[in-house]
Design a protein around this ligand. Structure first.
Ligand SMILES: [Zn+2]
Length: 401
């Protein structure tokens, strides 16, 4: 995937900037596009510039490209930085540089291994650059100390005035993303381009990922995102909370079932602007519960901001149905998803008669997981579920618009 963009500078027309991404949005290369004409050579790579295939036939030349490969950053084909959690190593002199972040994960100070301050950056509430000590250095020196990982720890592209928020590009000067929120239809009262629901002081949007697991021992929220665990400040989780690790393994197992619909439900929660918490609670004899939870401050009271799943991993429920973590979690995850996607409203609340449609929705989802784990499907929720409300667990299904 490739994209050519014009820099924001007026006056002299600069070379457009070329960007290449993987299909899932990870940046592979950035550089000045010198020519968009097909060159004589089929594909050549040199240290100062390189040609890349764009589409089927067109070739583009990147001058002084920056290449991204995992945690390695190359400039013009030469290793420049090795990124690690909380800083980077300069390849030129193998010197270490450490990030000191504030409570939102914004990089405020870069310090060397001895603790000497190398760079200080100040931000406005939306991540606007209010001053960077490296900016006053001569251009060449800026490059050697200028750390581009700034607001929210995201990479700042000074040529474009944009932050790379993985899934989207963010322009702090406008407090807006350059593309729409993929889930914007759920938040029609907020601009689809808005950052953090226009509330950047109280909220952060690390990459739109929103499944939190509560670690009881250390009393903290751990973020589950794309199979990995992260602390609230965005650094990788290295704790050993058994419940947190069990939930991670179970969510990963659900993805491993390779069912498009199961993955889609999980993806939607990961990308949600709401928060979905999962916590251990031994009080819940029949395992679980999901409901909207509420902001603590008075202004937000009554505003549901997500769901809480509480579970205790009982082996068998009141209906005599055998349970395993994947069936328990999938059932509750479906309640969270129905709430998140606004479907809960369409499901008539249960008043003790018949079967709650929300539960039938969750049992049908749970059965998708059951058949793929070769477990018997569940046909009861308190009472027998009418067969015409049971969905085929093998049916191809998608909620994509
Ligand atoms: Zn339920």
């Amino acid at each position: 995937m490739a994209l050519a963009v014009q820099g924001p500078q007026g006056g002299v027309t600069p070379d457009p900037l070329g960007l290449q991404y993987t299909a899932d949005g990870r940046k592979l290369r950035e550089g000045r596009l010198v020519s968009a004409k097909r060159p004589a050579l089929s594909q050549g790579v040199s240290t100062q510039s390189s040609w890349a295939v764009v589409g089927a036939t067109l070739m583009e030349r990147f001058d002084a490209p920056t290449d991204y490969s995992g945690n390695l950053v190359y400039k013009s084909g030469v290793l420049d930085k090795v990124l690690f959690d909380g800083g980077y190593i300069s390849a030129a002199d193998t010197s270490y540089h450490f990030f000191i972040t504030d409570h939102q994960g914004n990089v405020r100070v870069v310090a060397d291994a001895s603790g000497a301050v190398e760079q200080v950056t100040h931000y406005g509430p939306f991540g606007e650059d209010l001053g960077d000590s490296a900016a006053s250095l001569p251009v060449g020196a800026q490059d050697s100390v200028g750390n581009p990982y700034k607001y929210g720890g995201k990479e700042w592209d000074s040529a474009l005035g944009l932050y790379d928020f993985s899934a989207r590009l963010y322009r702090p000067a406008a407090a807006r993303f350059t593309t729409m929120d993929p889930l914007c239809e759920k938040y029609y009262s907020i601009s689809p381009y808005a950052y953090c629901a226009n509330n950047p002081v109280n909220l952060v949007d690390p990459d739109g990922a929103r499944i939190w697991i509560w670690a009881n021992g250390t009393q903290e929220y751990i973020l589950y995102s794309q199979r990995e665990l992260f602390n609230k400040d965005g650094t990788e989780y290295s704790g050993e909370d058994k419940f947190v690790l069990l939930i991670q393994a179970t969510l990963n197992n659900l993805y491993d079932l390779n069912d498009e619909y199961i993955s889609e439900v999980l993806d939607n929660l990961e990308e949600s602007d709401m928060n979905h918490g999962i916590a251990f609670d031994e009080k819940y004899t029949d395992s679980v519960e999901a409901y909207g939870f509420y902001g603590k401050d008075k202004a937000n009271r009554g505003e549901p901001v997500g769901t809480w799943i509480k579970l205790s991993f009982k082996r068998r429920n009141a209906d005599g149905v055998d349970l395993v973590p994947a069936t328990i979690l999938s059932h509750e995850i479906k309640h969270s998803y129905d709430f998140d996607s606004g479907k809960m409203k369409g499901l008539v609340p249960w008043r003790g008669e018949g079967i709650n449609p929300a539960e039938i929705s969750a049992v049908n989802f749970e059965n998708r997981v059951r058949v793929r784990l070769r477990l018997p499907i569940r046909k009861r929720y308190g009472a027998a579920i009418p067969s015409n409300m049971m969905e085929s667990p093998w049916k191809k299904k998608t909620d994509k618009k």
